[in-house]
Design a protein around this ligand. Structure first.
Ligand code: SF4
Length: 481
């Protein structure tokens, strides 16, 4: 069922001024019931009268109730039952669904990644082999049951259940990701008819059902991989169209010395194999230059950005050589030189992106400008076996990462109400089998919640980093509202 867009009440509110009135609920919650067109509600033979009557009594059909900013401002005991008949939420009460909706950041549509970046916050491993009892991705049917389930519930509530309080999430915009440990180029789900659904379908469905825009992250692909190249060109075309330009919160290319190709080049250099080191460095530079070149049509969109991570030299110490911000600056300059060559070749040949020489300087200038704003030394050293082998534990990064894990564990132990997790901006993850987790990106905690997926009894690889299997966030805490 399609629900009517909820027009943000405070349409001017957005930290990055990225919200337009035409983008429904891209803002933090403040919905105008004046503008809400009530859709038909499908009761599916269940009796929602009590919950519906309560809702009618608190949400005015005209005007706006300023005291109601989010789902937790409602009396959830009285609202319970509003979810009845929605298959994916079977077995969960409204307090448990509210907890999922308000903390949800990632839906694990695909599990695993071949890039093996040594700093990967999710410590991603290549996809596990699927078998009768093991899956490495969500089924399209389970994915649709989740997005349709949210849409049905939003429709019954008349607002997005996931919408956060005004001023929440660092006073910026909240977003949703279709991955936790996968590269967006590889996201792919196949439906019962055999139709493939890539990032575009998946991200659009998530945005429609949560009201949040998606994030696209990639660290490039092998330029000779034709399937990936075609897919990337399709994404570039799609997101450069005026009607799709604002669909994503960010479109990121991740550049760093931690990608497996580059890490290999550092390891070879340390072993004295200079030719091999050069070869891996070159492969990495070509890969990223090709990704930027392919996404040239997006350079001028507001969502286009980079994720640039390196170590602060002073904090990582001597063993961090090769992985520092200074190394990253140099690397980026080489990538831009390679890109310039590609643009010049294009100008002299096909003229796919470059029709005049001045355009090259323009793009390089914009890219330099965006890069300058995105450098960050935020690297987490938890569960990073390969990186720790290279940089050791005797540095500030490792110490502070371990301290943060300890703090997280204490925080979880002392959290007794659901808003404790929301106020601290912990992120929820729906795994491919419906299990629900909470992570701080230093530490991950299982919860007792599980969505009613068809694949609910299948196994998936552990969610990282630092999964605390014995510290389970209980239903008692989640229901303590
Ligand atoms: S591409 Fe992303 S998910 Fe994959 S290993 Fe690198 S950081 Fe992790």
């Amino acid at each position: 069922m399609k629900i009517a867009p909820i027009i943000p009440y405070y349409t001017n509110f957005n930290f990055n001024n990225k919200v337009k009135n035409s983008n429904p609920n891209r803002n933090n919650i403040q919905y105008s019931t004046n503008n809400f067109v009530y859709p038909p509600v499908y009761f599916k033979g269940v009796n929602l009268t009590k919950a519906q009557a309560y809702l009618d009594s608190v949400i005015p059909k005209k005007g706006f109730n300023r005291r109601l900013q989010e789902i937790y401002d409602l009396d959830l005991d009285k609202l319970d039952g509003i979810q009845e008949g929605i298959e994916v939420f079977k077995g969960l009460n409204i307090k448990e669904i509210a907890f999922i909706a308000r903390t949800l950041f990632s839906v694990n549509t695909n599990r695993g990644c071949y890039n093996m970046c040594s700093h990967c916050y999710a410590n991603a491993m290549p996809p596990v082999k699927e078998s009768e009892n093991v899956i490495n991705k969500m089924s399209w049917e389970d994915f649709e049951s989740l997005t349709n389930g949210f849409k049905e519930l939003n429709s019954r509530l008349r607002f997005y259940i996931s919408a956060p309080k005004l001023g929440g999430f660092n006073r910026g915009e909240r977003y949703i990701t279709a991955f936790h440990d996968a590269d967006c180029m590889t996201l792919n789900l196949v439906d019962a008819e055999g139709k493939q659904h890539d990032f575009i379908d998946i991200s659009n469905a998530l945005s429609e059902s949560t009201g949040f825009r998606g994030i696209f992250d990639t660290t490039g692909w092998t330029p000779t991989d034709r399937r990936m190249q075609e897919r990337a060109e399709k994404f570039a075309k799609y997101y450069s169209r005026p009607e799709n330009r604002d669909k994503l919160f960010q479109f990121n290319i991740s550049i760093n010395p931690f990608h497996s190709l580059y890490t290999k080049s550092i390891e070879e250099k340390r072993a004295g194999n200079l030719e091999r080191a050069k070869k891996f460095r070159r492969l990495y530079i070509d890969r990223i230059a090709n990704a930027i070149y392919t996404f040239t049509p997006l350079i001028n969109t507001r969502s286009f950005s980079f994720i640039l991570r390196g170590f602060d030299r002073g904090d990582i110490g001597k063993l961090g050589e090769g992985f520092t911000m200074e190394d990253l600056y140099k690397l980026n300059q080489e990538i831009l030189i390679k890109l310039q060559t590609k643009y010049l070749d294009d100008l002299a040949g096909e003229r796919k992106y470059i029709k005049a020489k001045r355009r090259i300087n323009y793009y390089l200038g914009v890219l330099n400008y965006i890069m300058d704003r995105q450098y960050s030394d935020g690297v987490i050293l938890v569960d990073k076996t390969r990186l720790l082998k290279n940089v050791g534990k005797d540095n500030n990064y490792y110490q502070s990462s371990m301290e943060q894990v300890k703090k997280d564990i204490d925080t979880i132990k002392s959290s007794s109400v659901p808003t404790d997790f929301i106020d601290k901006q912990m992120a929820g993850i729906v795994d491919s089998n419906g299990d629900y987790y909470i992570t701080t990106y230093y530490t991950t905690f299982p919860t007792e919640l599980k969505l009613n997926f068809k694949n609910k009894n299948k196994q998936t690889p552990p969610i990282r980093p630092s999964l605390q299997e014995d510290l389970i966030i209980s239903r008692d805490v989640i229901n303590n509202v």
